[in-house]
Write a protein that binds this ligand. Structure first.
Ligand code: SF4
Length: 419
């Protein structure tokens, strides 16, 4: 932990010289890659150690090969990039990485000093701030979707203009119907033409089908993993749960992701029975919040059962027409469209994981996390599942009220202990 803090301090001291700061960032990632291979954390299951390497390597690859990388948001159809050999840099994860080395404050200040509203979500502000301080390498192109997150389009537009990078925005309608499937499919075709032109290579449809076949296999393994969560206790932390977003979204369809899911299933099958209380999270868990770290990370008393975002689309993608399949996947995401879809997903997850309590950490600036909160409260009341909502910030640590969080969290955990 101290090494990470010192690393963050070195970067902070060099923020005024972006070349140096970037060189230190790159060096740190290279060292982290070697360190993780040589000194794996024995208390962490092998699958999660492997996943951590995938995550570190993805950012490392971006720094080493920006010309073969794209900035993307979490919902971008990266299957197409994997089939074309392009590396996606998942911007929300990059912000999480920078917050992990505790430099988010300086980056948020830089974004706000450039005129970005302080009410914008900190995942975006950190990425924008790294753009302001030139802690980003210029990519050849970026893609984002209009769905779910209302901050995305503005963030991508701003940085694409600043870095003079072509941007493709996929407009994903709210409703699922045939007309909208065709509308999204047409955009995917246009986006592919743009990528082919910019990167000077053609998309091979057979390769795309291979990527999607691996994605479908990965989803099958994920569903089997889910079946085990009600009975088994996988030793994990909020950080590892968040790492799973790489596997469940941006890196789905890659060989290494399929290997990860195979390992994850083996780990949960071998794990001891669940003895303590199980807690499920809605949206994302606050991985840097001290009280949450104390009560949940590798805890025998309160197991982390996961969070819904990792399960937002579990259906098989049809191989017959891969682009139509991807269009359906985007439109049918549980977070897209009416809130009933999200409730249906949560209902299925409650059934499978059988939690003792559910926590929704309402991330500051995220309208989709806040919207529908009363519907969720009603749902959990009807199901008689203890439910806690807490306001705070996953990324910007100074936005968290440690004392208040402690009081409310401990009162909630006490209720759960006594049930
Ligand atoms: S937390 Fe909300 S606003 Fe922020 S990136 Fe995620 S979906 Fe968007």
């Amino acid at each position: 932990m101290n090494a990470i803090k010192s690393y963050g301090n070195i970067i902070t001291k060099n923020l005024s010289d972006s070349k140096k700061a970037l060189a230190y960032l790159k060096l740190g990632l290279n060292i982290a890659g070697v360190y993780l291979s040589l000194f794996p954390d024995r208390k962490v299951p092998a699958s999660l150690q492997f996943l951590q390497k995938i995550c570190v390597n993805s950012i490392k690859d971006y720094f080493n090969h920006p010309d073969n990388s794209m900035w993307v948001n979490i919902f971008s159809p990266t299957e197409i990039l994997h089939a074309m050999g392009v590396n996606p840099l998942f911007i929300e994860a990059y912000s999480g990485f920078l917050a992990g080395i505790s430099i988010e404050g300086q980056l948020i200040d830089a974004a706000e000093a450039a005129g970005i509203s302080n009410s914008l979500c900190s995942f975006h502000k950190v990425f924008l701030g790294s753009g302001e301080l030139n802690l980003l390498k210029k990519c050849k192109m970026s893609i984002t979707t209009s769905m779910i997150c209302d901050g995305n389009i503005g963030t991508f537009r701003y940085l694409s203009e600043k870095y003079q990078t072509p941007l493709y925005i996929l407009d994903i309608p709210y409703e699922y119907n045939k007309e909208n499937v065709n509308y999204v499919k047409n955009q995917l075709q246009e986006m592919i033409r743009n990528i082919e032109e910019i990167f000077g290579r053609k998309l091979d449809m057979d390769r795309l089908k291979e990527v999607i076949a691996r994605e479908n296999q990965s989803k099958e393994l994920l569903k089997k993993y889910l079946e085990n969560l009600a009975l088994k206790n996988l030793s994990t932390s909020m950080t590892y749960e968040l790492y799973m977003l790489f596997a469940s979204h941006v890196f789905l369809g890659r060989e290494e992701t399929l290997s990860f899911y195979r390992m994850l299933l083996e780990d949960i099958q071998r794990a001891p029975d669940r003895r303590g209380k199980g807690i499920f999270f809605i949206h994302v868990p606050p991985l840097f919040e001290k009280n949450f770290i104390k009560y949940f990370n590798f805890s025998p008393e309160f197991s982390i059962l996961g969070f819904d975002l990792n399960y937002d689309f579990l259906d098989e993608i049809e191989l017959r027409d891969p682009l139509e399949g991807i269009a359906r996947k985007l439109l049918l995401n549980s977070y897209n469209g009416s809130f009933d879809r999200k409730i249906a997903l949560i209902d299925m997850l409650m059934e499978k994981t059988r939690p003792d309590g559910v926590i929704h950490f309402c991330h500051f600036g995220c309208k989709q996390a806040l919207g529908g909160i009363y519907l969720l409260q009603r749902y959990f009341r009807e199901k008689n599942i203890p439910f806690l909502t807490l306001d705070g910030d996953v990324i910007d640590k100074k936005n968290n009220q440690e004392g208040q969080t402690k009081t409310r969290l401990e009162a909630f955990l006490e209720i759960i202990r006594n049930r």
